[in-house]
Design a binder for this molecule. Structure first.
Ligand code: FEO
Length: 172
């Protein structure tokens, strides 16, 4: 069944927001790389790929439902951070915003009795729980070590281990 205009338009907005998320995390990755924290930069770099994948899954879905994808300009994002706690606090706030947006999409899918969209959004709902939990975990570690250089180096090394795994639903 063809997707209704209202839902297609809302998903198009979310596609833009996912690319905005990728842009924010690319900015964070670049910033920390330039500060010499390569592990932190790697973690945000993986985040960039995940956000692009989130956008791609929505794009594939709109096409599968015979809808049209309209790409719109991406807003400028923040480019400087005073500390790692600030960087990850921004990340958590951003992810909470994403979660709210996904919930709003779900509510719209319910209103439109679009069961396929509801089903598709379940994946994002679960993904957001994971996204927020990961960031909260990193923030806990950062607060624990405070200004301790050895602790920060340890966190940087741990975050260097993160690798990107393409989620199911991203077509090759
Ligand atoms: Fe696409 Fe980080 O949510």
């Amino acid at each position: 069944m063809k997707i209704c205009d209202k839902l297609a338009s809302a998903i198009n907005d979310q596609i833009n927001f996912e690319f905005t998320s990728a842009y924010l995390y690319l900015s964070l990755s670049n910033f920390w790389k330039e500060k010499g924290l390569n592990g932190i930069a790697n973690w945000f770099g993986v985040q960039v790929k995940e956000e692009i994948a989130h956008a791609e899954i929505f794009i594939n879905y709109v096409h599968d439902r015979d809808g049209v994808v309209n790409l719109s300009p991406i807003n400028l994002v923040k480019t400087e951070w005073g500390s790692l706690v600030e960087a990850f606090t921004d990340t958590l706030e951003h992810e909470r915003k994403v979660t709210e947006r996904i919930y709003a999409l779900y509510a719209l899918a319910e209103e439109e009795k679009d069961y396929a969209s509801r089903q598709m959004l379940n994946w994002y709902i679960a993904e957001q729980v994971e996204e927020e939990a990961n960031v909260m975990g990193i923030l806990d570690s950062l607060r624990l070590v405070g200004e301790d250089g050895t602790g920060l180096l340890q966190i940087d090394r741990e975050l260097a281990q993160r690798t990107y795994v393409a989620p199911q639903g991203v077509k090759e």
